[in-house]
Ligand binder design. Structure first.
Ligand SMILES: C[S@@+](CC[C@H](N)C(=O)[O-])C[C@H]1O[C@@H](n2cnc3c(N)ncnc32)[C@H](O)[C@@H]1O
Length: 342
């Protein structure tokens, strides 16, 4: 198998379990936040979902993820991560630093860092689980090779690469000397061939606009339907029928400066993006994990869609922003705030 290599590459996956076994770290709960709705009645029912506490964790991803292995090996249904893109920038809000995206030894340091994250996440992902890795032109091509290695179909029963999603947006300027970079890349990998995917829940309306070689027919009531003959069969679709979205997403916009969703946290992604991912690749009460939660978009949307969640970040500002956001939202499940301690 072809494999990406770099200075100091250390095959981490084989070691990841031992990292957890030899780790002296643990998670300490520093606060508990009850649900805002129905907690009393639901607690009385004592179902397993109600006993569950979602978790917001302050800490470095390697420390947090290796600590989580104890309880959650092969248990996470959906992982979304939006790690630093290797921009070389320091991101701030006002005069405070949110996080640094600078890498002392350049690409070698960055790749080992990413590789370790993918290895630990692989161990946490459930057999039917999916991982979405959100990057851009700077490192998406490297990440794909790393993920190919870790999610190799021979290691993971029929799993591996599923989709390369292009999230196209219009924000930002247009240079004169080259094409304007107007997309991020989301790499979707799974651990096995049997995956949770609900294309029907994220469908887009077929509509009245011509898309391909289909024939347009207008009924007596003025309604449009589309027909196509393939392998001797005639397929007909109403304008209101839903199609699974393609791997190019053009209908989700970056948050504009005054968007009410904005928290002030740099590199915040829109809730609509997470709504699509969580609705498509998980089910009610499934466990969703984001170890670079930033402004808290993943836990906020997971909460809204009644998923269980674990979110972590090593930035104090991220955890404060996420906490503030969660505390003003309707919650049907309590959550705890945890820190990594030795
Ligand atoms: C691109 S931002 C995530 C933005 C987030 N998806 C949102 O929509 O708000 C990347 C995040 O990774 C966090 N981060 C960077 N290195 C980390 C590490 N080693 N462990 C945990 N979090 C880290 C940063 O603090 C930052 O919040």
């Amino acid at each position: 198998m072809a494999e990406l290599t770099w200075k100091g590459k250390d095959a981490f996956l084989n070691k990841a379990h031992n990292v957890q076994l030899t780790s002296h770290l643990s998670l300490q709960t520093v606060a508990r936040h009850p649900a805002t709705q129905h907690e009393e009645q639901e607690a009385a029912q004592c179902s397993s979902e109600i006993q569950w506490h979602n978790r917001l964790i302050l800490g470095d991803k390697n420390d947090v993820l290796s600590t989580l292995l104890d309880e959650f090996t092969a248990s996470v249904n959906l992982i979304y991560i939006d790690p630093p893109f290797m921009t070389g920038r320091v991101f701030s809000s006002g005069s405070s630093i949110a996080y640094r995206d600078t890498w002392d030894n350049g690409i070698d340091t960055y790749l080992q860092w990413l590789y370790e994250a993918f290895s630990l996440l692989y161990l946490l992902l459930s057999e039917r689980g999916s991982i979405y890795v959100h990057l851009d032109w700077r490192t998406a091509h490297y990440a794909k090779l790393l993920l190919d290695e870790i999610f190799h179909p021979a290691l993971s029963s029929g799993g591996g690469f599923r989709n390369e999603i292009i999230w196209h947006y219009q924000s930002g300027g247009r240079p004169h000397k080259g094409y304007a970079r107007k997309h991020d890349t989301l790499l979707l990998y799974t651990k096995s061939a049997s995956v949770c995917f609900h294309g029907e829940l994220i469908g887009e309306r077929r509509g009245t606009q011509k898309r391909n070689n289909m024939r347009k027919e207008v009924g007596v009531d003025g309604r449009v339907s589309w027909t196509i003959r393939s392998a001797g069969r005639l397929y007909s679709y109403d304008e209101d029928s839903l199609m699974t979205p393609s791997d190019v997403w053009t209908d989700i916009h970056h948050l504009h400066q005054r968007d009410p969703e904005r928290t002030g946290y740099a590199t915040q992604k829109p809730e609509a993006l997470l709504e699509r991912i969580i609705a498509a690749s998980s089910e009610k009460y499934d466990l969703v994990l984001d170890c670079f939660c930033g402004s808290g978009v993943t836990p906020v949307v997971a909460e809204k869609l009644h998923r269980r969640w674990i979110a972590c970040d090593k930035s104090d500002m991220s955890i404060t922003t996420t906490l503030d956001r969660l505390l003003v939202s309707e919650r049907s499940t309590p959550f705890v705030l945890q820190h990594v301690v030795s």
